[in-house]
Design a protein around this ligand. Sequence first.
Ligand code: C2E
Ligand code: CA
Ligand code: CA
Length: 277
Amino acid sequence: EKGRGRWYLFSEDDQGKEQLDARVLWREQINQALTQNRFELHVQPIIEIATGRIRHMEVLLRMRDARGGMVYPDRFIPVAERTGQIQAIDRWVIDNALAAMELRTDLRLAINLSASAMDDPLLLTDLRHLLERHRIAPERISFEVTETAAINSLLNATRLMRGMQELGCRFALDDFGSGYASYAYLRKLPVDEVKIDGAFVRDIAKNPEDRIFVKAITDMAHGMGKRVIAEFVENAEILAILKGLGVDDAQGYHFSKPVKLEQPGTPMVFDGVLSDM
Ligand code: C2E
Ligand code: CA
Ligand code: CA
């Protein structure tokens, strides 16, 4: 019925069948996107609050469907984690981010790693080769991994972080506060930066408890010599509060939505602000 020699496994209960159908279709979508070059890197600036300057940019992945419509990572990353395609996606992102950095020597990027990257024994060696191939100074790169992913693979994550730091890259703990948010883990993990989960930032102007939480995390992280980044900074009021709490860097719609990473020579416009990066 769906044509082109596709086959499906059917189960008695409809919901199971639909889920399976959906996953088979997504797997194929992702494969096609990889082979037909339908993934795109978008970037969003991360601003140093004290100076208002762009410190670096976070790489955010997008996929185009066959009709050219934009597909966001919350749709396909969880599927790719289950189908095992996430490793190919992580490699694609790193390779293309480094290729862009080779062309734009002013670019410093933060790259998201998936949970399964923590347990990927080849990632470190591959990264070393890519850095050499693209002739990138490792200080220009920082990696982001979620608190939950790091803690679920504590040993491997620690090893990966140390290995990447030996190369000269930085490491940030993403979505901090959404999971364990404990002092013990923060002390164990050799991260340079803590990225506070947007859920604690978005409503901070209205919610005094969020303020207390962000302040506590910031003081704790600073006490350990780590930098603090807040995401979901959506307006000037939030920014002013974060500044008062001592947060170092801010990222969010207040500064710019993510925009497509353009070829060199094409200026990138962040919601009206022309980047010098
Ligand atoms: P994340 O790493 O926590 O990224 C932040 C998400 O918040 C992004 O969504 C970003 O577009 C969005 N955002 C930024 N500023 C604001 C704001 O002011 N308000 C609100 N409400 N949202 C804001 P996006 O791009 O849809 O990415 C979703 C998630 O997908 C990311 O969460 C990350 O976990 C994952 N992801 C994105 N790119 C990659 C990638 O290249 N590799 C891997 N493994 N995961 C990725
Ligand atoms: Ca991130
Ligand atoms: Ca987040």
